[in-house]
Design a protein around this ligand. Structure first.
Ligand SMILES: Cc1cc2nc3c(=O)[nH]c(=O)nc-3n(C[C@H](O)[C@H](O)[C@H](O)COP(=O)(O)OP(=O)(O)OC[C@H]3O[C@@H](n4cnc5c(N)ncnc54)[C@H](O)[C@@H]3O)c2cc1C
Length: 378
């Protein structure tokens, strides 16, 4: 027997839609409350490693993500000038490619179509105004004045989660001193897998999204105040890119012309302490464990949270036992990724600032260890 019959999911992003799909597949009633009046997913891509594809498969949408994305091999890593330094990511196995690159919009569509097919209602343009979180259920008043009674509220409302602030301690994301710049392009003729180049002031990567398109990310150190006026986005990004004489970067520079296509974002991390639940509210995804993207794994963790939570709620007749089991399966694994990503970020920051790395620092080994550990079953 399921631990819950009726669930409210707050936030219809990657984690929220994933958990709604998982719960509906388990026969549990679920609705999504999304603050945006309509979805507006930005047009760059996302890196999916094998654990993300495995979790999507558990939700029944892994093959569709592969079909509409761009499966690719291990990432080729180079110096800024194009000298090879190694490969990153697990090799392909009998089930999955090393990676899948996919547009965020397309991933959203894959999830939205599946959730809609399963009958998940999306309540758009509203959020939780008030909640009463009891041992036996949660009463919610929404911002449109409507009310609801639920067995469980799952908050997947992102790094600045409002629900987290209503139920747990006040927790602010921490800016790590790095920013990422992203830009979508027509796929470059030479792009046969993911590519990363390590420069003096930045690192730059090119990731396929499908046969026709790719996106670029560039990570830079932006000091204590990372804000950049819109008119400086294109010139500053082009300046960073000019450090890379390789053809793909030089060809891309010519196309970086539109400030509105530059997705510039200071990087932030956040850790909610264990447990991520209180009575009948549980926090998942970035709202509980936002990682900087140095391992390209934040969305994968949100999808895994969803798979595990749906599994435990289905297996256990008691909610608190299901939530405790959820924490046992999720906390250490998520912290491993958040911590390793942050360490990689600290080392990148030192390099971009021209400072020496601490003794024993070995980014390649840390990436290899963490990616290897992510292959373990969830
Ligand atoms: C620069 C960058 C690059 C990244 N690259 C990768 C990558 O390559 N691979 C990877 O796996 N991960 C990557 N990530 C991480 C990934 O984007 C996140 O981990 C993932 O989006 C988290 O999903 P989520 O559903 O928890 O939160 P979100 O995606 O933030 O979704 C939250 C949803 O809740 C809604 N919402 C917000 N507030 C409320 C509210 N009060 N009420 C109702 N709804 C609300 C939002 O509108 C949104 O729809 C990257 C992150 C960054 C910053």
């Amino acid at each position: 027997m399921n631990a819950v019959k009726k669930v409210l999911v707050v936030g219809g992003g990657i984690g929220g839609q994933s958990v709604a799909i998982g719960l509906r597949r388990a026969g549990i009633d679920v609705e999504i409350a999304e603050i945006l009046p309509e979805f507006n997913v930005y047009g760059v891509g996302i890196i999916q490693q094998q654990n993300a594809l495995r979790a999507l498969d558990d939700l029944g949408i892994g093959q569709e993500a592969l079909r509409r994305g761009s499966p690719y091999g291990q990432v080729k890593m180079f110096t800024a000038g194009g000298h090879p330094v190694g490969l990153a990511g697990a090799p392909a196995n009998e089930k999955y490619p090393s990676h899948n690159g996919i547009s965020r919009r397309v991933l959203h569509e894959v999830m939205f179509e599946e959730a809609s097919k399963l009958g998940v209602p999306f309540r758009m343009g509203l959020t939780v105004e008030n909640l009463e979180n009891r041992e036996d259920g949660v009463s919610v008043t929404f911002t449109d004045g409507s009310e609801g009674e639920y067995d469980l509220l799952i908050a997947s409302d992102g790094i600045n989660s409002k629900v987290r602030g209503m139920v747990f301690e006040d927790l602010q994301p921490r800016y790590v001193g790095l920013s990422v710049w992203r830009y979508p392009f027509k796929r470059h003729e030479d792009l046969d897998t993911g590519y990363i180049y390590y420069g003096r002031r930045s690192k730059i990567g090119f990731i396929p999204m499908n046969e026709e398109s790719m996106y670029m990310f560039l990570v830079s150190a932006e000091g204590v105040d990372p804000s950049i006026p819109k008119e400086q986005l294109v010139p500053k990004l082009v300046d960073y890119m000019s450090e890379y004489p390789v053809k793909i970067a030089q060809d891309a520079i010519k196309e970086v012309t539109r400030a509105e296509l530059v997705n510039y974002r200071p990087l932030e991390a956040l850790r909610l302490s264990n447990p991520w639940y209180k009575n009948r509210v549980v926090i998942i995804g970035d709202a509980a464990h936002a990682t900087i993207p140095q391992l390209g794994s934040g969305a994968a963790l949100a999808i895994e949270d969803a798979v595990v939570l749906a599994d435990e709620l289905q297996k256990n007749p008691e909610v608190n036992i299901a939530l405790e089991a959820f924490m046992k399966r999720r906390y250490d694994r998520c912290m491993m990724v958040v911590n390793a990503s942050e360490t990689l970020g600290e080392w990148e920051l030192l390099e971009f600032e021209g400072k020496p790395l601490p003794e024993g620092a070995n980014p390649g080994a840390l990436i290899g260890r963490t990616v290897g550990a992510l292959g373990a079953p969830i």
